[in-house]
Design a protein around this ligand. Structure first.
Ligand code: FDA
Length: 292
């Protein structure tokens, strides 16, 4: 069962709880982007289960008229088993989402999966248009070129700072200031080139301000994306004027995700430490799956 301490960052263990969270967000004019927690599935049954769960989820979002989408991890939809397994399960979700106008986002994982993730996006974007989106990470040195590649394609692009995966220096900036500069560069290039819009996924007030000024300069539409539980008051305030999406994780595999959020969030460290100690004492945090 999801303990109260985790509820700040995770909507619940079931899709019904996650949908209820999105319903409440919609009352605040915030859209919900649902992620069923889970990564690196190496058996086909798990991949099939998660693809099916996402299919049912987008049907529920569409049929209930919620303002929502989904965001999937490529390795959850079978990328570790092969590019074809991944594309087949992604297509299953897209086929259910497209007639309901539900957007399916591809999260970006560690750099070894970037080529395959972008290849799937490039193959499917001409078919699904604005119904599919992909994420680019500013910490990866290649991202500026990737952004140019994506500029002429249909589909949506989300920009994040990245840095959550321990990437080698050969492919990634590791210095925070350098990553911030790379993020600004990506924002500037995207607002200048992407007529159909940019998803600005950051909690950084300076970057949100920069995105707003770029929107005013170029007129490019944009949306702001933030994680559930991070700067919730800012999300409500921004939603009064801009298009805001909240990334809403849910599911039974919440432990690693929760620990990552609390270690990033200084204000809740003491709170988390207490929860962690309780978990370790009970023995339920001994083996947690990798989750960003
Ligand atoms: P950063 O962590 O650099 O913080 C900058 C400033 O923001 C802080 O100084 C503070 O002012 C403010 N801030 C940050 N956290 C705060 C908090 N908890 N409370 C108050 N203020 C805070 N990564 C990835 O590799 N692949 C992906 O697919 C995604 N997807 C994704 C979707 C969405 C919607 C978001 C928001 C993020 C991701 N990410 C991601 C994660 C992303 O790459 C990055 O690691 C985090 O967003 C942290 O970077 P920030 O840009 O938020 O600022």
């Amino acid at each position: 069962m999801l303990p109260p301490v985790a509820r700040q960052f995770v909507a619940g263990e079931t899709s019904a709880e996650a949908l209820e969270h999105v319903r409440r967000l919609n009352e605040l004019d915030i859209n919900g982007m649902l992620n069923r927690l889970g990564t690196h599935h190496r058996d086909r049954r798990r991949v099939r289960d998660d693809a099916r769960a996402y299919r049912l989820l987008v049907e529920d979002v569409g049929n209930t008229g919620l303002e929502g989408g989904v965001s999937v991890k490529p390795s959850q939809l079978g990328l570790d088993l092969g590019a074809d397994v991944f594309r087949d399960s992604l297509r299953e979700v897209l086929e259910a989402a497209a007639p309901r106008d539900v957007v399916v986002w591809l999260d970006m994982e560690a750099h070894a999966s970037t080529d395959a993730t972008l290849a799937a996006f490039e193959a499917l974007a001409p078919e699904y248009g604005e119904g599919i989106g992909v994420c680019l990470q500013a910490n990866l040195k290649r991202s500026r070129e990737d952004l140019d590649r994506l500029a002429d394609l249909p589909g949506k692009v989300r920009l994040v700072k990245g840095g959550a995966y321990d990437e080698p220096r050969a492919v990634a900036y590791r210095d925070r200031d350098r990553m911030d500069r790379a993020y600004r560069d990506l924002l500037e290039a995207a607002f200048e080139r992407f007529d159909d819009g940019v998803a600005v996924a950051t909690h950084d007030p300076a970057m949100v301000e920069h995105a707003i000024s770029l929107h005013e300069r170029y007129g490019t539409p944009f949306e702001i994306q933030m994680l559930m539980g991070v700067r919730p008051d800012a999300q409500v305030e921004l939603a009064k004027e801009y298009d805001v999406w909240q990334y809403v994780p849910y599911g039974t595999r919440w432990k690693r995700y929760f620990l990552n959020r609390v270690t990033e969030n200084g204000r809740t460290v003491r709170f988390a430490a207490r929860a962690l100690l309780e978990g370790v004492r009970r023995g339920d945090l001994r083996s947690v799956p990798a989750e960003r």
